[in-house]
Write a protein that binds this ligand. Structure first.
Ligand SMILES: CC(=O)SCCNC(=O)CCNC(=O)[C@H](O)C(C)(C)COP(=O)(O)OP(=O)(O)OC[C@H]1O[C@@H](n2cnc3c(N)ncnc32)[C@H](O)[C@@H]1OP(=O)(O)O
Ligand SMILES: CC(C)C(=O)C(=O)O
Ligand SMILES: [Mg+2]
Length: 564
């Protein structure tokens, strides 16, 4: 902000609540959830959803498990009205789902809304009027507190009067002092208590008092103070569901909701992926999955977040950002070396420990939840660029290409591959990583190559092997022979007999290559050169013995590539 603009702004007053209790509370159960995607989300779209799109979204919300869904503002436009009628007339509302409609406390709009909901089994009629000093002054043209309070009173009386006009529909009242977030608390309370006393809710027939963070003017702790204060002062508290409706102007919609729940709220309104006015409504997925990550059931099923995201992006024409909590493309991906190292170790260790303990608590560095629990896969967890480390490269080779490199080979391979990413200034995809590994570390056959071999296993002296091999050294073909206590050892002696050995074999591993169509074996040989250098080579071949010889030849050749 420009320095001289600062004078335009004022500090937001704190709430006088010295004995606040919410900071010591923990969230240990789920609230009532209400989706407002089809209303607050929809009203904020450059191109609002068509009826067909709203129908598809409504069904999606039911599948997720929402039991309360604000379906629109039926008195606003024909599309909204007709959508409501279709839901009712085509019996599309599941038995256990209650629709909610929004309307201003204006007579003609309330009457029209009752025409819209007639015949629904149950409906929440959500009335609102703005209450803050700013809105009283600006929107309502210097209206007094009494005039604004009277809007709430008259609106509630009208709703009560219209209830008998929809005899087949159970009506639940919801009242929002809109712009609660910058309304004086005593005035918000006065409006709410007037509504409550007219409606006369009971513990059996509750009503909803929704306290919206319409515009987030201040920090989440003040929001929590306001919620706790209202909860202490509202009449008939046991007959009221206090509802939160946060927006995200300061980027703290989730925090404000979580603190609001600690402050005693019973219910949460929000949208999938936080669609909504300006910076959006609360992202309900975020809060619900945060609860799941602390072991709290929510009744909402986000186990296929990719499907939700696909439908959401299609019907709203919005996009979910790559860093969006839980749903973003990159949120379960690590590029950086130290993260990759820790994640790989965490997942490997967990897989080992699960064999002994099947109720093992989740605990993998950098992953707050198991991505598989919301339908995200492990495949993309680790991606390789110049910030990556050896563990990440080894992970990709293992997970994607079935190659289990020995741990001491990781630095040699990792460096080569992330240096490549650095040179090219971009991420390397999994095929490029495989190609680079094959190019630099597999079956390298210059200057030495082995083209054929024959092994004779001694029957009397068990384990002893004679090896005859055809090799090429700098283009010149040779036959070599040697004996040893295994194929690799015999081949090493054959090289030694031909004066071609300048190393010691220090390690050897092999395994069948997982996945892919080739039934290949991979062997890894580590050699220590006479000058002290230590290098690994890899051999891949249909025959495990040939894979071993090729790995040895490969490692020997790599010495010629690097200077001593
Ligand atoms: C924070 C929120 O998300 S609130 C929800 C907002 N959602 C929407 O607005 C979407 C649907 N709304 C609409 O389509 C239209 O606004 C309608 C159809 C509801 C009303 O349309 P119109 O009456 O033509 O226009 P508009 O909304 O601008 O009306 C504003 C008037 O209503 C008054 N008003 C606004 N809210 C209320 C209220 N709760 N009670 C009484 N009067 C109200 C305003 O003061 C203003 O009065 P004025 O004309 O005397 O200045
Ligand atoms: C209508 C109300 C609840 C609203 O959407 C808001 O205040 O943000
Ligand atoms: Mg809103």
């Amino acid at each position: 902000m420009k320095p001289d603009s600062i004078q335009k702004y004022r500090a937001f007053p704190a709430v006088d609540l010295k004995d606040r209790t919410w900071p010591d509370r923990v969230i240990d159960h789920s609230p009532i959830w209400c989706s407002v995607d089809l209303r607050d989300g929809n009203q904020a779209l450059p191109q609002p959803m068509s009826i067909e799109e709203k129908l598809e979204f409504f069904e999606l919300l039911c599948r997720v498990g929402f039991k309360q869904i604000e379906i629109g503002f039926p008195s606003a436009a024909d599309t909204e009205f007709n959508f409501c009628r279709r839901l009712i007339e085509e019996n599309r509302i599941p038995e256990d789902v209650t629709i909610q409609i929004l309307v201003q406390t204006r007579e003609h709009l309330i009457r029209r809304s009752f025409e819209a909901i007639n015949g629904a089994k149950r409906a929440i009629v959500h009335i609102y009027n703005s209450t803050s000093p700013l809105q009283r002054r600006v929107t309502f043209g210097d209206a007094s507190r009494e005039e604004i309070r009277d809007l709430a009173i008259e609106g509630t009386k009208l709703v009560k009067e219209l209830v008998p006009t929809v005899p087949d529909t159970e009506i639940v009242l919801q009242y929002s002092p809109e712009s609660f977030s910058d309304t004086e608390l005593d005035f918000a309370l006065e409006c709410c208590n007037e509504v409550i006393e007219i409606w006369q809710p009971t513990p059996e027939k509750k009503m909803v008092i929704n306290l919206p963070d319409t515009v987030q003017w201040t920090t989440p702790n003040i929001h929590a103070d306001m919620i706790e204060w209202m909860g202490r002062h509202l009449n008939r508290r046991d007959s009221i569901d206090i509802s939160l409706h946060t927006h995200n102007d300061r980027g703290t919609g989730t925090a404000a909701t979580e603190l609001g729940l600690m402050a005693g709220a019973d219910r949460v309104e929000g949208t999938l992926f936080g669609n909504g006015e300006r910076t959006g409504n609360l992202d309900i997925i975020n809060v619900a999955l945060n609860m799941n990550s602390h072991g709290i059931e929510t009744g909402l099923d986000f186990s296929n977040i990719n499907e939700l995201r696909a439908v959401y992006e299609r019907v709203t024409r919005m996009t979910v950002g790559e860093r969006h909590p839980y749903a973003g493309e990159l949120v379960f991906t690590a590029f950086s070396g130290s993260h990759q190292d820790a994640i790989k170790k965490g997942l490997d260790r967990r897989n080992r420990e699960l064999k002994e303990q099947d109720d093992l608590a989740w605990g993998v560095p950098y992953l707050t939840i198991d991505p598989q629990d919301i339908g995200r896969s492990y495949e993309a967890i680790i991606r390789i660029n110049s910030q990556s480390g050896k563990g990440g490269v080894a992970w990709v080779l293992e997970r994607e290409h079935g190659l289990e490199l020995p741990k001491t080979m990781h630095p040699q391979v990792g460096k080569r591959i992330y240096d490549m990413a650095d040179e090219q200034g971009r991420e390397l995809n999994i095929d490029e990583i495989r190609e680079a590994f094959y190019q630099y570390f597999v079956n390298v056959d210059q200057p030495l190559a082995v083209s054929d071999y024959e092994l004779v296993h001694h029957t009397v002296e068990k384990g002893l092997v004679d090896c005859t091999a055809s090799i090429t050294v700098n283009g010149e073909e040779k036959k070599i022979e040697g004996q040893g206590n295994g194929p690799i050892n015999a081949f090493t002696h054959a090289l030694e007999n031909a004066g071609l050995k300048n190393f010691q074999l220090t390690d050897y591993r092999s395994h069948a290559v997982r996945g892919g169509s080739d039934a290949n074996a991979a062997a890894y040989v580590q050699l220590r050169h006479d000058d002290g250098r230590i290098l690994w080579g890899c051999g891949i071949d249909a025959s495990i013995e040939m894979a071993g010889l090729k790995a040895l030849v490969c490692a020997a050749n790599l010495f010629s590539e690097t200077s001593s």
